[in-house]
Design a protein around this ligand. Structure first.
Ligand code: PLP
Length: 433
C-alpha cells in the first residue's frame, strides 16, 4: 500500500516511510491511496476469528508485503494484548469497552501498535531512535506504556510539574528502562515549545536521531479500525442496522471507524459525539470549518478546537458534504448534560459510564431513541476510575480502582527535574548516549 500526503496527491511514500516520518514533508497527513475491500465471506464468518486474527487481516490490507507475515503477526500479538468486550446494557444497546489496556484508555490500541511497528523498522534499519513527547496527561502515558521495553527506542516524556493529576503523574513516572519522565518547571505550552525547539536543533538531531510519536501517525490510526470489526463480531442480531457513537476530539477514532466502513464493515451510521468543543458538529451541519481555541470540559480528552483528522475524513468522502452527512451524525453536549448522562446510564442500565462515554450516550440517544430496529453501540473510551471524583459525586457510590492502575499508584515516582529553559533540556539530552 502506498500513502499520499493530504497536501499533495503526488507526494507518495510506502508504509515504512509514512510511519517513520509521521507527518509528510509538506506538513500533510498520510492517507492510503486506495481502500481495498475486505472479503465479504470474511465478514459473514467473522465470529470464527480471534481479535488478533481480525487485526491481522485488516493490517495486511494496508501493509501488504512491507512487513513479513510472521513479523506482522508478532507486532499484532504484542500490541493487541487485551480484549475489547462489547457489553450489552439494554435492549439493542451496547457499550464497547476500549479501556482494558495498561493506561485505561482506548489510546493504548494505537500507541502500542505504533510502538511495535516502529520497533520493527528500527531493528531493520539497525538504528537507535529517541522520541520526545510533550504531554498534559493521557497521551504521554499511552505512548510511554506502548514503547516500554522496545529495543532501540528511548522515550523522553516532558510534562508540566504540578499540572497533571496524581494518577496521571504516577502513570507517567513509574516506568523504568527506556522511558524517562522529564518534569518541567513550567506549563504544558513550555513543554511543547521545548520539544519543537529540539526538533529543529540540527546538532541535537544528528546526535540523537529524534522523532515524535505523533498522534496523527498512520500506524496509530490503522489499529483503531481493528476494534470496530471486533465489536461487530460480538453483536448478536446482525440483521439490525448498527450505529456506532464515537466520543470525539481530534477525530482519529471516528476516522478509523469510517475507514472500517469504507473497506466493507456493515455499519449504517456513525455518530461523532462532541462536548462543548463543537467545531466538528458545526462543520457537518453547515460545511463551514471554523477552528478555534479549545474550551475545558469534564471530557477533557475531547477538548480539541482544531481537530487534525478532519482533513482525513474529508479525503475519504472526496470533500462531498452530503456524503459525509449521509454516513455521520454529530451533536454537542455540555458538562451539565454530561453529568446527567452519567446518572441516567446508571439509573436506567446499572452501568457506570465515564464523561467521554456519557457524551457518546447522549448523542446516540438523540439519534435513535433506542427503538427496535437498531443496534446502538457506544464506544467507551476511558475507564470510569480515571474520573473517580465526578462520578462518585454524581452517583454517590465508590468506584473501585482496577488492579493495573493500583499497581502503579504504589510505585515510586522517578523523574528528572528540568527548568523550562531550552539550554537545560539540550544539555541533558546531549549528555546521553
Ligand atoms: C483521545 C480521547 C478521545 C478522543 O479521541 P479522538 O480520536 O481524538 O477523537 C476520547 N476519549 C478519550 C478517553 C480519549 O483519551
Amino acid at each position: 500500500m502506498k500513502y499520499y500526503s493530504t497536501n499533495n496527491k503526488n507526494l507518495i511514500v510506502n508504509f515504512e516511510t509514512a510511519v517513520m516520518q509521521g507527518l509528510a514533508e509538506d506538513g500533510g497527513l498520510f492517507m492510503p491511496v486506495s481502500f481495498p475491500k475486505i472479503d465479504n465471506e470474511f465478514i459473514q464468518s467473522i465470529e470464527k476469528y480471534s481479535f488478533q486474527e481480525i487485526a491481522f487481516r485488516i493490517a495486511k490490507l494496508f501493509i501488504d508485503d512491507e512487513i513479513s507475515e510472521s513479523n506482522l503477526y508478532d507486532i499484532i500479538s504484542n500490541s493487541i494484548t487485551f480484549p475489547a468486550p462489547l457489553v450489552q446494557i439494554g435492549k439493542n444497546l451496547y457499550v464497547l469497552e476500549l479501556f482494558h489496556g495498561p493506561t485505561l484508555a482506548f489510546k493504548d490500541f494505537g500507541a502500542r501498535f505504533m510502538a511495535k511497528t516502529m520497533g520493527h523498522f528500527v531493528a531493520k534499519r539497525n538504528i537507535q531512535l529517541n522520541i520526545l513527547v510533550a504531554t498534559s496527561g493521557d497521551t504521554g502515558s499511552a505512548v510511554a506504556h506502548g514503547f516500554y521495553d522496545t529495543p532501540g527506542i528511548n522515550v523522553f516524556i516532558l510534562y508540566p510539574k504540578g499540572k497533571v493529576s496524581f494518577i496521571q503523574e504516577k502513570q507517567l513516572t513509574t516506568l523504568d528502562k527506556n522511558i524517562i519522565a522529564l518534569e518541567i518547571d513550567g506549563t504544558f505550552d513550555d513543554c511543547q515549545r521545548l520539544v519543537k525547539t529540539a526538533f529543529v536543533d540540527k546538532d541535537l538531531n544528528k546526535k540523537l536521531n529524534l522523532t515524535s510519536a505523533n498522534s496523527i501517525n498512520i500506524s496509530r490510526l490503522l489499529p483503531q479500525a481493528f476494534y470496530y470489526f471486533e465489536a461487530y463480531k460480538q453483536i448478536v442480531n446482525k440483521n439490525n442496522h448498527s450505529i456506532f457513537s464515537v466520543p470525539s476530539g481530534n477525530l482519529g477514532n471516528l476516522t478509523a471507524g469510517l475507514i472500517a466502513k469504507k473497506i466493507g464493515l456493515p455499519i449504517s451510521k456513525f455518530i461523532g459525539a462532541v462536548n462543548s468543543n463543537k467545531v466538528f458538529a458545526e462543520f457537518l451541519h453547515t460545511g463551514i470549518f471554523n477552528p478555534r481555541s479549545s474550551i475545558q470540559t469534564l471530557s477533557n480528552a475531547m477538548d480539541v478546537g482544531n481537530p487534525s483528522n478532519l482533513i482525513r475524513i474529508r479525503e475519504i468522502y472526496s470533500d462531498i458534504l452530503k456524503d459525509m452527512q449521509n454516513d455521520i451524525y454529530s451533536n454537542s453536549y455540555d458538562d451539565n448534560q454530561t453529568r446527567k448522562g452519567i446518572k441516567e446510564v446508571y439509573e436506567n442500565y446499572k452501568y457506570i459510564i465515564d464523561p467521554h462515554g456519557s457524551v457518546g450516550y447522549l448523542a446516540l440517544k438523540d439519534y435513535i431513541k433506542f427503538n427496535q430496529q437498531f443496534n446502538g453501540v457506544i464506544l467507551e473510551t476511558a475507564h470510569p476510575a480515571k474520573f473517580k471524583d465526578v462520578i462518585e459525586e454524581e452517583l454517590n457510590i465508590e468506584i473501585e480502582i482496577p488492579e493495573r492502575l493500583a499497581v502503579c499508584l504504589n510505585k515510586e515516582k522517578r523523574t528528572v527535574e528540568l527548568s523550562s529553559k531550552y539550554e537545560d533540556l539540550r544539555e541533558f539530552l546531549m549528555g546521553r548516549d
